[in-house]
Design a protein around this ligand. Structure first.
Ligand code: PEP
Length: 253
């Protein structure tokens, strides 16, 4: 029997937003009424300098806050880096790891992503592990192989449903306005679920949420969120405005 998975709608603000942007959390809280709160989890991942203030702004609203990356170690001589423990200390409950922009801009490989996901678990937070193919890989028919390789390389052994979320984000769909067909999303998410069966402890894999990310907006969210094994969304650009983000989350009403 399939586990009941509570949908998660997560926003990745990337390197955007100043303190003024925290007002958007107030707007999100207004739309995150008791009805919607009873159905889904909502997470906002602002840049690190805003995390503590975002956590305070979100207090009592049901909105969780998270981070976009972390270092694999707890502390030490790593100038400019931030550990999962530090993120937990300022109120983060989740950390995105392996986003394609980190993989591309910082040369992060699957083994780095796995080390970061392990650090997130060590800090008792939830790791949102991102995977996804480039346009060239899709056109070469390599999507499933690429995503499978990323999963096998990036997901720590012994991950649990509470501690792991997988986000399928085709690189070519991020910030472009392009999205895969629902059939393509269903195929990849189905493969991810099957792979999780092997990678994650028995009794846990069915509870791991698999998010779709890449140009999700209010106008396409209902169609994408209805696909089997899509348990929510990882939203970039459309998470910066409360009205857009809550337009997406609202499909679960
Ligand atoms: C992302 O970067 O995680 C993302 C999904 O971006 P966008 O929604 O802007 O495509």
């Amino acid at each position: 029997m399939p586990a009941v998975r509570r949908p998660l709608v997560a926003g990745n603000w990337k390197m955007n937003g100043s303190r003024a942007a925290l007002a958007e959390i107030g707007g999100m809280a207004q739309a995150f009424d008791a009805g919607l709160r009873s159905k889904i989890d909502l997470l906002v991942c602002p840049p690190v300098p805003l995390l503590w203030a975002a956590a305070k702004a979100a207090l009592g609203t049901g909105i969780a806050v998270g981070a976009q990356d972390c270092h694999a170690r707890t502390s030490g001589a790593h100038t400019g880096d931030v550990s999962a423990e530090m993120l937990a200390d300022v109120g983060a409950t989740a950390v995105i790891v392996g986003h394609s922009e980190r993989r591309a801009d910082h040369g992060e490989k699957d083994q780095d992503v796995r080390a970061k996901a392990e650090a997130v678990r060590r800090a008792a937070l939830t790791a949102i592990v991102c995977v996804g193919e480039t346009r060239d890989e899709r056109e070469a028919g390599k999507t499933l192989a690429v995503v499978r390789r990323q999963l096998r390389g990036s997901i720590p052994e012994g991950s649990t449903a509470a501690g792991l979320v997988v986000a399928y984000e085709p690189v070519w769909a991020i910030g472009t306005g392009l999205t895969p067909t629902v059939a393509d999303v269903a195929e990849v998410h189905g493969m991810i679920r099957a792979e999780l069966r092997k990678l994650v402890g028995k009794g846990e894999f069915e509870g791991v949420r698999i998010l779709y990310g890449g140009s999700v907006k209010p106008s396409n969210a209902a169609e994408l969120m209805a696909v089997e094994n899509v348990d929510g969304a990882l939203v970039g650009g459309a998470s910066l405005k409360a009205s857009d983000f809550m337009g997406i989350a609202g499909v679960y009403r």
